[in-house]
Ligand binder design. Structure first.
Ligand code: PLP
Length: 356
């Protein structure tokens, strides 16, 4: 069967870092997963090999026209030493949705999850144990055919790398300061906003730099057409708790990333009988709610931080302080519940956990 995974072990294992010093995405494990695609053959030669540089022809398609996609998920060690993943089938499904949009050949979703599991199992000694740490998994695919014409590449590389990462919240959860971007846009309906691609991130860097220079953590994106509907916060989904109801942008415009954490948040809120409204709402709705004292909480959701509370929002010349700049009760409960399930401290009643 062409999907067997060949293994080449490194001759030079690295020294593992002190888990207390881990940051995000700076340290990589000893091995990586690779698989090739060639037109006429399909995906082939799945293998685990020593971590290292990938040789690319200077004419490789990805370097010129950005035919590239990526995913991100984490693996956690439970108190009794079990290693588990959070909803990897959703990453597999989203990979194919992205691939379809970028004309990248689809991947068998069952095999995709098996490839992740095989690599993590091979590198299991790299899963850090310290509270708040985890092993971040980065699958990505890019066109590597040497050809300067504009058309889908006939060759691709599918790679998975692993990075032990530190706690997102060293020294406790501190709410972020968010700048509402009223000039640049991230996405338009019919564009690639729903797809997880490097190109969307390159497009967002200038806004992020502008926000950082003014002392903000991230930007809140508004819609690409009228610059008024709320979309996302940086690289995470956005939730607004207004007068006891929770608002978040809908997926059907195709302009926001369908976050797996977003989906978990919505399911939990529904089960807790808290009204969730996945519908379009504007920045004016938010400023009005703030003026009326009904903007209870704002938070972002994503794999990296899970739940990230917003303490302050700036829109043009209005500064809105939310919940006195502190994490709200609902944000805290969502954070505790999702991380509790991920770490095996709470029962997995939704079948979100996949053990190795
Ligand atoms: C990855 C990502 C998210 C969060 O998705 P999760 O599956 O929850 O990690 C949100 N927005 C953007 C733009 C993203 O790239």
């Amino acid at each position: 069967m062409k999907y067997e995974i060949a293994v080449t072990k490194t001759q030079n294992p690295k020294t593992k870092p002190d888990p207390a010093t881990l940051e995000f995405g700076t340290v990589f494990t000893d091995h990586m997963f690779l698989m090739d695609y060639d037109k006429g053959i399909g995906w082939h030669d799945a293998r685990i090999v020593p971590y290292g540089p990938i040789a690319l022809d200077p004419a490789a398609a990805v370097l010129h026209y950005a035919q590239e996609m990526f995913e991100g998920l984490k693996t956690y060690k439970t108190e009794d030493g079990k290693i588990q993943l959070f909803r990897p089938d959703m990453n597999a499904k989203r990979t194919n949705a992205t691939n379809e949009r970028l004309c990248i050949p689809l991947i068998d979703e069952g095999f995709y999850v098996d490839a992740i599991k095989s690599l993590v199992a091979f590198e299991k000694d790299w899963v850090p144990e310290l509270d708040g740490t985890s092993l971040y998994i980065r699958p990505f695919i890019f066109g590597n055919e040497p050809f300067l014409g504009v058309r889908p590449s006939n060759q691709y590389i599918f790679c998975i790398i692993l990075s032990p990462v530190g706690s997102y919240y060293k020294g406790g959860i501190s709410p972020t300061k968010i700048f509402v971007e009223d000039e640049y846009v991230r996405s338009v309906s019919g564009g690639t906003g729903f797809a997880k691609i490097g190109g969307n991130y390159a497009n967002g860097l200038a806004s992020q730099e502008k926000a950082h220079k003014s002392g903000f953590t991230q930007v809140l994106w508004l819609d690409g057409k009228e610059h008024k509907y709320i979309e996302e916060i940086g690289t995470s989904n956005a939730f607004f708790v207004i007068g006891g109801e929770v608002f978040t942008a809908p997926l059907d415009e195709g302009t926001i990333l369908p976050g797996i954490t977003r989906d978990a948040v919505i399911q939990l809120l529904k089960d807790w009988n808290i009204p969730v409204r996945e519908e379009r709402f504007t920045i004016d709705d938010v400023t009005k709610a703030h003026r009326e004292g009904r903007l209870d909480e704002v938070f972002a959701s994503g794999t990296a931080a899970v739940i990230s509370p917003v303490g302050e929002l700036r829109y043009i010349d209005q500064d809105m302080v939310i919940n006195h700049g502190k994490i709200g009760a609902l944000s805290q409960k969502l954070y505790d519940t999702i991380t509790g399930i991920q770490k095996g401290q709470l029962p997995d009643t939704y079948n979100w956990i996949v053990a190795l």
